[in-house]
Design a protein around this ligand. Structure first.
Ligand code: MN3
Length: 218
């Protein structure tokens, strides 16, 4: 993905996540909020020929090379584009995809059990003060970890590879859950597209660790 950025279509119908997230929430979140980040990122990068050639990931991992005058706009709106794409890509209809044997082993190795992963992830999402995101990431060296980012920041600048994220900005859930963030987080856990998460992890291993996945999964 490079400049000019485009709004990616949802990989499912707007109503596909009901009752966990309503059609109305998905319409506003995707068509209005996500679109605004795309527009503002393109505006910020207009005339920046060098930056336009970078992938979005490279742009966000190298924010220190962005001119001061547009640094905040690129950080906030570039993060907004990256985070929303990443979030929407890994959602699916409630109770349709569970972690595979491969993914379960990874979660057990890092967190003790799938349930303990879910508890820690929900805790991180609940604890995020104000707007932001909770993430499952791979640290350099291949360790799975849960982290938070504020506003539209991404884990990319810390050289982490994201696997899964939950948007805990109020716009992600307010129409359906008002102030009940915990209810939204619980519902979110039912609509995670674990096959997408697993593909991201396998891609990381292929790109970074050579045959490490073979060693772990023997
Ligand atoms: Mn959002």
């Amino acid at each position: 993905m490079t400049y000019p950025y485009e709004l990616q279509k949802l990989p499912f119908d707007y109503a596909a996540l009901e009752p966990s997230l309503s059609r109305k929430t998905m319409e506003f979140h995707h068509d209005k909020h996500f679109q605004t980040y795309v527009n503002n990122l393109n505006d910020a990068l207009a005339g920046e020929n060098k930056l336009q050639k970078l992938s979005l990931e490279d742009l966000l991992a190298n924010l220190d090379q962005v001119p001061q005058s547009i640094a905040a706009a690129v950080r906030n709106n570039g993060g907004g584009v990256y985070n929303h794409r990443f979030y929407f890509e890994a959602l699916t209809a409630p109770h349709t995809v569970v972690p595979s044997e491969y993914m379960t082993k990874e979660l057990v190795r890092a967190f003790g059990s799938v349930e303990q992963f879910a508890e820690q992830f929900k805790k991180a999402a609940s604890a995020q003060f104000g707007s932001g995101w909770a993430w499952l990431v791979v640290e350099q060296g291949g360790h799975l970890k849960i982290v938070n980012t504020a506003n539209q920041d991404t884990p990319l600048k810390d050289r982490m590879t994201p696997l899964l994220t939950i948007d805990v900005w109020e716009h992600a859930y307010y129409l359906d859950y008002q102030n009940r963030r915990a209810d939204y987080i619980n519902q979110y856990m039912e609509i995670v597209h674990w096959s997408v998460v697993e593909k991201r992890l396998r891609d990381y291993y292929i790109g970074n660790m050579g045959d490490m996945c073979c060693r772990c999964h023997g």
